[in-house]
Design a protein around this ligand. Structure first.
Ligand SMILES: Cc1cc2nc3c(=O)[nH]c(=O)nc-3n(C[C@H](O)[C@H](O)[C@H](O)COP(=O)(O)OP(=O)(O)OC[C@H]3O[C@@H](n4cnc5c(N)ncnc54)[C@H](O)[C@@H]3O)c2cc1C
Length: 386
């Protein structure tokens, strides 16, 4: 860590921020790192157990206040995401979806009753949440979603399906976004409601230590109070995505750092042609370029985190961070893999697992192309989405 901190960024964090980072790092070292390669290989993860562990430490809905949430700063939450993702993007996804998507949606747009019902048990990890926006035929363009919610007396009846939903196979509650006669609305849907089914998506080659599912909604009847009263229009789910994307900006730093730490250790001890790999100029050029990208990504994350804590972070600024940091983390993971040679494709080292995970991170929470369009719109004033 110290060798990679080329710009002495550590002192830019407060003592409290460093402590939070180190506590999460220790938890991850203890509860995730020793096991995650097996979880990945087997395509399973003890998500409920992990959620309870993370809940004990206050990591779930960490940046929210009240209802058992820790009320931490955006930077502290970012640092937690960084350490979680340094172990595995799937584990960070568990925490992001729970806290930034499902809990945030209820916290920001729910009624007092909905908050009391769900948030305290989600903060402890007793209840798991998921966030259903993507559909089989509507991903980057959620405005054209097909899932419908219609009124029947006081009740709502939901019909449709959501696809690629993190945590869905084990969720207790899903925040489902659906089209109504008045536009998009959000619903807190208990997963045991008749007509709701969740099927796990298997054969993923990425984020294998994360549960992903399809949710089918077959005439799901919900009471009127299942609707999130403050969520009006598509800007509600998009604001939740901004929260989660901020965590990803930091998570990408963690994963890039882990790749580089692994690779530095490897390159300084592995010898070819009578000298360590790290002694070759070509290797040093790779290491130097990657370390420069890492500190740039760290600076970007810290700057965006500080803006968030000052209440001044705009969604298009989060797009700058997500676009850059995930793209660069993926480039770093792939480059690190080359330095590890054959060991680079082995699960004994985390590097290719990280690279494969980042393929999902590049796509979810807005693909790179969508973030380019958001930044492009900011630059030109022209929307090029459709
Ligand atoms: C492991 C995993 C977990 C996920 N978890 C969740 C979750 O919890 N909740 C949830 O709601 N969703 C989730 N998603 C879904 C994810 O958000 C979507 O996959 C993503 O939004 C992209 O949608 P799509 O896959 O349908 O791709 P598409 O929208 O079909 O896009 C395909 C390609 O076309 C490009 N493209 C699309 N439109 C344009 C355009 N206007 N201009 C230029 N290029 C364009 C895209 O950038 C992409 O390269 C998850 C996905 C994965 C892989």
């Amino acid at each position: 860590m110290t060798a990679l901190d080329l710009l002495d960024l550590d002192p830019s964090l407060t003592e409290e921020e460093r402590q939070i980072r180190d506590v999460v790092r220790r938890l991850v070292d203890d509860r995730v790192r020793p096991y995650v390669a097996d979880w990945y290989e087997e395509g399973r993860v003890p998500a409920r157990e992990l959620a309870r562990e993370f809940g004990k430490l206050g990591l779930l809905g960490m940046h929210l206040s009240g209802y058992g949430c820790a009320g931490a700063s955006a930077v502290a939450y970012g640092l937690a995401c960084q350490e979680l993702e340094a172990a595995d993007s799937g584990v960070r996804s568990l925490v992001s979806v729970q806290g930034s998507l499902a809990m945030y949606a209820i916290w920001r747009y729910g009624s007092e009753e909905q908050k009391q019902r769900w948030l305290p048990s989600m903060a402890t990890g007793e209840s798991i949440g998921c966030f259903g926006l993507t559909e089989p035929d509507h991903g980057s363009d959620p405005a054209s979603m097909a899932t419908r919610a219609r009124r029947d007396g006081d009740d709502w009846v939901l019909t449709g399906g959501k696809m690629w939903i993190t945590n869905a196979p084990i969720a207790d509650v899903a925040v489902i976004w659906a089209r109504t006669d008045d536009g998009v609305r959000g619903f807190a849907v208990p997963m045991d409601t008749p007509g709701v089914t969740a099927r796990e998506i298997r054969r993923k080659m990425s984020l294998r230590a994360s549960l992903t599912g399809e949710i089918v909604l077959d005439d799901v009847r919900l009471p009127a109070d299942a609707q999130l009263p403050e969520a009006v229009g598509l800007k509600a789910p998009l604001s939740c995505l901004t929260e989660a994307r901020h965590g990803i900006v930091w998570g990408a730093v963690g994963v890039a750092r882990d790749c580089l730490e692994t690779t530095l250790a490897y390159a300084t001890t592995r010898t070819q042609f009578g000298r360590p790999l790290a002694g070759f100029q070509l290797t040093q050029a790779k290491l130097a370029d990657m370390a420069v990208e890492l500190v740039k990504a760290q600076l970007l994350a810290l700057h965006l985190g500080r803006l968030a804590d000052a209440g001044r972070l705009r969604p298009d600024q989060v797009s700058v961070g997500k676009l850059n940091n995930v793209r660069e983390a993926l480039a770093i993971a792939r480059q690190c893999r080359t330095i590890l040679g054959a060991n680079g494709v082995s699960g004994e080292y985390p590097v290719l697992r990280h690279a494969n995970n980042l393929e999902s991170v590049l796509t979810y929470e807005g693909t790179s192309e969508i973030h380019q369009l958001i930044v492009g719109q900011r630059l030109t004033g022209l929307s090029a989405f459709a």
